[in-house]
Structures are given as C-alpha cells and as structure tokens.
Design a protein around this ligand. Structure first.
Ligand code: HEM
Length: 155
C-alpha cells in the first residue's frame, strides 16, 4: 500500500515536469501552448482543398441549387474552386490571398433566395462531415462564412 502511493506521486511529478519542459521552448511568457489557427486545425490548405472538391460534387448534385452551377464553363468552375480554397484558407488564418470578387459583386443580379443559401450551407456541412471535421472547427468555419449571407441573398 505504502509503496504504490509513493510510486503514484513520482509518476505525477514526472508528467508535470515533462509538460513544463514541452511548453517552455514554445512560449516563454506563459505555460499555455500557442493557439493553432483554424486553418491549421482544419489540416492546412491541402485538407481545405479536399473539402472544397467534395463540396463542389455535393453542390452539382443538389437539385435545389445545381442549375446555378452546371451551366458554368469548366474554366469558370476551376476558377470558382481556386477562389473558394483561397477564400477559406485566408479566412481561417492561413497563408493564402483571396483574389476573387467581393461577395456582393460575385452574386449581384443572381437573386439567390434564402432557401438556396441554406441548401449550399447544408452541402458544405455534408462535405465537412464526410471529411470528419470536428464539431468545433465546423462551427468556427460556418461562423466565418455565415456573415457573408447579407451580401449574397436577394442581391
Ligand atoms: C457563404 C456562402 C457562399 C460563399 C462563401 C460563396 C463564395 C463564392 C466565391 C468565392 C465565388 C467566386 C467569386 C469570383 O468569381 O470572383 C462565388 C461565385 C459564385 N457563387 Fe457563391 N458563395 C456563396 C453562396 C452562394 C450561393 C447560395 C449560390 C447559389 C445558390 C452561389 C452561386 C455562385 C455562382 C453561380 C458563382 C459563379 C459566378 C461566376 O463565375 O460567374 N454562391 N461564390
């Protein structure tokens, strides 16, 4: 009994020392590890590109909105893909620059109803789920894109 208690204390002390050493080199001003950006937590730009590829497949199969996209020439779909990757990469703190049009300009004159916006968000959620993106990161990404709704719906 006595021996097992003293062994337990040694193990605990060892873990605390290991944790202190692990954080010491990363952040000298506190014991907290540096916060990872959403871009990092999503798995970086390549992982974001994979989600966007799934998303485009979902959108093109979604009968609520696919008429908006399946008439676009392939070069326009390719440009849309790159714009979406850069937009999400930049918007989540990644090292990309979005060079596309403003959301207001890109969707002007399309008269997109709320139901179509919701359908597209649903396709994004399906895509994030297919890539096993955890709930917290999914919510954070939706919170980055959600405010764009006012520049997209009924314009
Ligand atoms: C948060 C939601 C949305 C985001 C972040 C988003 C983002 C974008 C981006 C980055 C572009 C490319 C801009 C450019 O060409 O310079 C674009 C274009 C486009 N978006 Fe959206 N969009 C959203 C919602 C929607 C919805 C709901 C629809 C229709 C149902 C839609 C239809 C289109 C179409 C058809 C284009 C292609 C325009 C073209 O190439 O002429 N978007 N969107």
């Amino acid at each position: 009994m006595h021996i097992s208690i003293s062994t337990g204390k040694k193990i605990g002390g060892g873990l605390a020392l290991a944790a202190a050493l692990a954080f010491a080199g990363c952040n000298k001003s506190s014991n907290e590890p540096p916060a990872a950006s959403l871009h990092e937590r999503l798995g970086g730009t390549a992982a974001i590109a994979s989600v966007v590829d799934t998303f485009l497949v979902e959108v093109l199969a979604d009968t609520v909105i696919n008429r908006r996209f399946n008439t676009l020439p392939p070069a326009r779909v390719a440009a849309l893909r790159l714009n979406l990757i850069n937009q999400i990469c930049a918007g989540t703190g990644g090292p990309c620059t979005y060079t596309g049009r403003s959301m207001m300009d890109a969707h002007a004159g399309m008269n997109i109803p709320q139901a179509e916006f919701d359908a597209l968000v649903g396709d994004l959620v399906t895509s994030l789920d297919k890539h096993n993106v955890p709930e917290a990161e999914k919510t954070e990404l939706l919170n980055v894109l959600g405010p764009m709704q006012t520049d997209i719906v009924n314009k």
